[in-house]
Ligand binder design. Structure first.
Ligand SMILES: NC(=O)C1=CN([C@@H]2O[C@H](COP(=O)(O)OP(=O)(O)OC[C@H]3O[C@@H](n4cnc5c(N)ncnc54)[C@H](OP(=O)(O)O)[C@@H]3O)[C@@H](O)[C@H]2O)[C@@H](O)CC1
Ligand SMILES: Nc1ncnc2c1ncn2[C@@H]1O[C@H](COP(=O)(O)OP(=O)(O)OP(=O)(O)O)[C@@H](O)[C@H]1O
Length: 333
């Protein structure tokens, strides 16, 4: 039995490395064979569901966000992490957001600590148990909350935890790029507005919005080859070496919260990708890029499926309902 598992593992390692060679030797940035190659890499990082594992082994994810104004965003991110396959999902939010978020779902573990005087210590206690962190959904832009988020990011980096930064977390990065500069397990997921702010803060000049591929590459390099996902009609993903695009068909429906589904999913996939890389299953490929591509494909597939059912009335909750079948279609078939 052990021999069969070892044989499967080495076959997987061989095929992952072949896929990677094709991916990097390909000159163009967007075509379906490359999409297929990267999808194969995503498939290779998904941990098998077996009865030999205990609760927690497939991922404990933390979301830093949730304040008086925004309770939906951290909920969407945290529940998406669970639906993708994390075992436990924690939300670290302000006191007044906590009861609201708990009432949306009994499945989330909610800590009302983000605005407490010893917030960093309260969150730091949990860091040794977390496999991935998503910073920003519904965080708000109060200085004291951003300061806490900054210190949590710094402490998480010393523990080598994969960190996805979205929404108001990107506002923080715009003000303090050094907080995540060069961190190879970091991923930024800006929409166009957030991207423009970041670009102009880093480059001190207006962005040339006619060439998104060039701009996203430049931002990644300026951030020390951090993985950056510029979301839009096509999602552009880069770690500064080349840009790949994800154009899995979505729909024309742009309800708020889709970015939260994306960041929560990416938190789990980043953990799986880095674990697979450490185990030698994914070699010579940037695990953050694999995770980013997987989460973008999944979010767009959820959008497409939800739109087929609900059309114009599609909401992010409808998309979350599709995560299981979209995941199966993309990564388990
Ligand atoms: N249910 C909830 O709790 C949800 C809560 N959320 C939380 O809200 C918080 C604030 O996040 P945010 O993205 O709304 O704020 P911000 O960056 O000021 O952007 C607003 C401005 O950007 C623009 N704009 C946006 N996209 C663009 C694009 N692609 N291309 C071009 N322009 C674009 C747009 O411009 P306008 O259309 O007004 O001209 C608008 O003025 C954050 O914590 C987030 O997590 C959300 O997750 C949703 C669900
Ligand atoms: N024009 C588009 N066509 C197809 N898909 C898109 C388009 N714009 C965004 N998306 C998809 O929607 C997802 C979320 O991107 P979006 O730009 O809505 O993020 P956001 O503004 O940060 O979201 P949120 O409402 O959560 O703050 C991405 O995965 C992206 O693939």
């Amino acid at each position: 039995m052990i021999r069969i598992v070892c044989a499967q593992l080495s076959a997987l390692k061989r095929s992952s490395s072949l896929v990677f060679e094709r991916y990097y030797s390909s000159g163009s940035t967007s075509h379906s064979s490359m999409d297929d190659d990267i999808l194969s890499l995503v498939k290779s990082i998904v941990p098998p569901l077996t009865s030999k594992k205990h609760k927690g082994q497939d991922g404990r994810i933390g979301i830093i966000g949730g304040c008086q104004d925004y309770t939906g965003a951290p909920y969407f991110a945290a529940i998406s992490a669970l639906k993708v396959g994390a075992d436990l999902s924690h939300v670290f939010c302000t006191k007044d957001a906590a009861t609201v978020i708990k009432s949306y779902s009994p499945e989330l573990i909610v800590h009302p600590v983000l605005d407490s005087p010893n917030a960093v210590e309260e969150i730091e206690k949990w860091l040794p148990r977390l496999h991935g962190l998503v910073v920003g959904p519904g965080l708000g832009r109060e200085d004291f909350l951003l300061k806490t988020a900054k210190e949590v990011i710094e402490k998480s980096k010393t523990r080598d935890i994969p960190i996805v930064i979205d929404a108001d977390g990107l506002w923080l990065v715009t003000q303090h790029p050094s907080v995540i500069h060069g961190y190879q397990k970091g991923i930024l997921t800006p929409n166009f507005m957030e991207f423009t702010r970041l670009y102009e803060a880093l480059h001190h000049e207006p962005m040339d919005s006619s060439d998104h591929q060039r701009s996203v590459l430049q931002l990644s390099v300026a951030m020390g080859n951090l993985t950056v996902v510029l979301k839009g009609e096509q999602d552009l993903i880069t770690d500064g070496s080349k840009v790949i695009s994800c154009s899995v068909e979505g729909s024309g429906r742009r309800c708020g919260g889709q970015g939260d589904l994306l960041s929560g999913s990416m938190g789990v996939l980043a953990h799986w990708a880095h674990a697979a890389s450490a185990a030698g299953v994914v070699r010579s490929v940037n695990p953050s890029v694999v995770a980013a591509f997987g989460a973008c494909s999944l979010t767009r597939q959820c959008n497409s499926q939800a739109f087929q059912r609900h059309g114009r009335s599609t909401t992010t909750s409808d998309m979350i309902q599709e995560i299981g079948s979209a995941f199966k279609k993309l990564f388990e078939s």
